[in-house]
Design a protein around this ligand. Structure first.
Ligand code: 48F
Length: 263
């Protein structure tokens, strides 16, 4: 068959537009495609919920790829290893309780499993604001990352979602946006983003799980963003807490969706 260059363009545009139209209204919109966001996307999509994940960068995976200081290996504890196994990702036991996984295998597998489970993953799109109606978040405001990077004066578009997950990592961007726009109404002691503490992996891993919760009506925080919002310490290249936080946030939202359907 003789290839027609314009037909290639037409195929891409039609297919992308179908995908974009399908994410205008979802059950859950996830901001950030690191380990927490991707795990949440996979768990929610597997439960047959309509999920979209927006990622600013070209590649998904957030902080996974570089492992620790560019040694492309990550460490997980027992709980994280169990989740990696569910994804079919291999681990090696360097020492009991400190299991290693190949960072490239982890990033690529989380990404492909989330998409194959049915999550829509939109890379190169940045979330620049939230929609707030009657003191609850009802959706997200998105724009091309290229527009953001170039600082162009181009208005964004909006997507509606029943729930939003801030999985933006250390930057905790959605929580910051909500605080800026609506005042100190977050579910923290100060009502605002407290900010991340210094390195203390042991505490950070425990607190990541505790801090994975709803921080504003309809908005949940997961992964490193959960610690940053509540003032928990940071951690190094240990990723069990990120994976478990992604699973926890999905479970919390699934319960909410279920109870709202029963009403
Ligand atoms: O940073 P990231 O990997 O977050 P995470 O899932 O995991 C944290 C670990 O990687 C590591 C750690 C634990 O060991 O300390 O840092 O909590 O992924 C966050 C992703 O969110 C994207 C960002 O590009 C990154 O890939 N992101 C951030 N803000 C936005 C965004 C935004 N406004 N719109 C779209 N994507």
């Amino acid at each position: 068959m003789k290839l027609d260059d314009v037909k290639i363009s037409e195929a891409i545009i039609k297919s992308y537009m179908r995908k974009l139209l399908s994410v205008l209204k979802t059950d859950v919109a996830i901001v950030g495609g690191g380990p927490a966001g991707l795990t949440a996307a996979y768990c929610l999509a597997r439960a047959k919920k309509k999920v979209v994940l927006f990622e600013r960068k070209l590649s998904l995976g957030g902080g996974i790829w570089g492992g620790g200081m560019q040694f492309n290996e990550i460490v997980v504890q027992e709980g994280g290893r169990k989740i990696l196994r569910e994804f079919g990702i291999r681990t090696t036991g360097a020492r009991k309780g400190y299991y290693c996984a190949d960072a490239v295998e982890v990033a690529s597998t989380l990404c492909s499993k989330a998409i194959q489970a049915g999550a829509r993953v939109m890379n190169l799109l940045s979330v620049e604001d939230v929609m707030v109606e009657k003191e609850r978040v009802t959706g997200l405001v998105i724009n091309w990352s290229a527009v953001e990077m170039a600082g162009l004066h181009v208005d964004p578009i909006s997507v509606r979602s029943k729930f939003v997950i801030d999985a933006t990592g250390h930057a905790t961007e959605i929580a910051h946006l909500i605080e800026e726009k609506t005042g100190p109404g977050l579910a923290t002691e100060s009502g605002g983003v407290i900010g991340e503490g210094s390195m203390w992996a042991d505490q950070a891993e425990v607190l990541t799980m505790e801090n994975t919760r709803e921080i504003f009506p309809n908005v949940y925080v997961a992964g490193m963003a959960a610690n940053a919002v509540f003032g928990g310490p940071r951690m190094g290249p240990i990723f069990g807490g990120m994976l478990m936080s992604g699973k926890k946030v999905a479970d919390l939202i699934l319960r909410r969706l279920e109870s709202e359907n029963l009403r």
